[in-house]
Design a protein around this ligand. Structure first.
Ligand code: HBI
Length: 369
């Protein structure tokens, strides 16, 4: 544990302002971590794109908003694409601001999955820490992450071990999980609710498989999330003639968790190496067991038979079979797992250990990977 107040610069993702949903899971990560670090007494300045909003204020938190054009998301680019910096880009401006104030702070934490902040690690006196938010989506990102892991091994961290396996790391990865605000999620013990699915509506999230499960059970599927790929969404809607999907939209956490908590199960169908799987933890926080493909982060968050079931990737029959036995999972186990492993307090303590390691290059005794 660090027993002095750290003054930290946190630089947000450049693909959209906080609160827009465009940043996907990383938005929740940033908000939860700020809450957690402030509860540990640290001072934060958040540098984020103009329009960013946080659901709370604190005298330990300053927000600096930077105008500019969103960075194109790596999820919409090819693995072999070069680095793109649009004209009037917000990304370099976010980092000009961070560098400009750096000498008054102890460290920077970067949340962007972008080349520039990683490259800056080699040029700045202040230590830049990177929480890598995705599996390997681009060759040039893999390259720079591998280089930084060799030069500054204590300044990289990942959400899960499986996510880190995508990268050729020269040292054991630092794993910090993720965190969610326990006050935002209420435990719901109702066992007979509908089927649920949540996530950005895009091909890598595999919604079509969950629709097939609902169809075979003759049920509806409640779907929460930002419709990022409209064409993909309407293609799925037309797989079956009858209405299966009930689109619930991208809701603020308090509404989302209240509706999600009523589901008897959340079905999670990643088609890519999901770095973590925020919605899985949000479901568990509400007592909803999760059935997921054994892939990426979900495969580490779900303890088969305890808080959900793991199924071989793309095995729809396996999803159906598991859905039929979901009542074997005690909903309280899901909430207990969440409280032990994924609150923003637990997350902030792991991040604090990470910073301690990186700032003082020591293995703090209680640091557990
Ligand atoms: N793409 N270029 C870029 N930069 C990011 O920070 C980024 C991204 N795509 C997705 C993303 N961040 C977040 O949705 C992660 O949570 C996955």
């Amino acid at each position: 544990m660090i027993n002095k107040q750290l003054k930290l610069i946190l630089v947000s993702t450049p693909i959209g302002c906080l609160g827009s949903g465009k940043g996907g899971g990383v938005e929740i990560t940033i908000i939860s971590l700020i809450k957690g670090l402030i509860s540990l007494g640290h001072k934060i300045i958040l540098i984020a794109p103009k329009g960013s909003k946080l659901p709370f204020e604190s005298e330990l938190l300053e927000i600096r908003l930077i105008d500019g054009i969103d960075q194109p998301s790596w999820q919409h680019q090819k693995e072999t694409d070069p680095i793109l910096i649009p004209s009037n880009s917000v990304l370099p401006r976010l980092w000009e601001e961070a560098i400009y104030i750096a000498n008054e702070y102890d460290a920077v934490i970067n949340f962007a999955y972008d080349w520039l902040p990683l490259w800056l690690t080699k040029t700045q006196t202040i230590k830049i820490f990177h929480l890598i938010s995705m599996g390997a989506e681009s060759l040039i990102m893999k390259e720079i992450i591998s280089e930084i892991s060799e030069l500054y091994p204590f300044q990289l961290a990942f959400h899960t071990k499986r996510q880190s396996k995508d990268y050729c790391l020269k040292n054991d990865p630092i794993i910090v999980g993720n965190g969610f605000d326990i006050e935002n999620y209420l435990f719901n013990e109702n066992e007979n609710g509908p089927l649920g699915w949540a996530g950005r509506i895009a091909p890598e999230k595999g919604l079509e498989d969950a629709v097939k499960v609902a169809n075979s059970l003759g049920e509806k599927l409640l779907v929460w999330g930002l419709i990022e790929d409209k064409e993909y969404a309407s293609k799925i809607e037309n797989i079956y003639t009858k209405e299966i999907i009930e689109w619930k939209g991208f809701l603020p956490t308090n509404k989302f968790q209240e509706q999600l908590g009523r589901c008897r199960v959340l079905i999670n169908t990643p088609k890519w190496n999901e770095a973590y799987g925020n919605v899985i933890v949000e479901a568990m926080a509400c007592g909803v067991p999760v059935i997921a493909y054994d892939l990426g982060g979900p495969g580490e968050l779900i303890e088969n038979g305890l808080n959900g079931f793991l199924v071989k990737p793309n095995d729809i029959e396996g999803l159906i079979k598991a859905t039929k036995s979901i009542s074997e999972i005690k909903r309280k186990n899901c909430r207990d797992w969440f409280e032990k492993k994924a609150t923003n307090k637990v997350f902030a303590e792991l991040v604090e250990n990470w910073l301690d390691k990186g700032l003082n290059k020591q293995i703090s005794a209680d640091f557990q990977d």
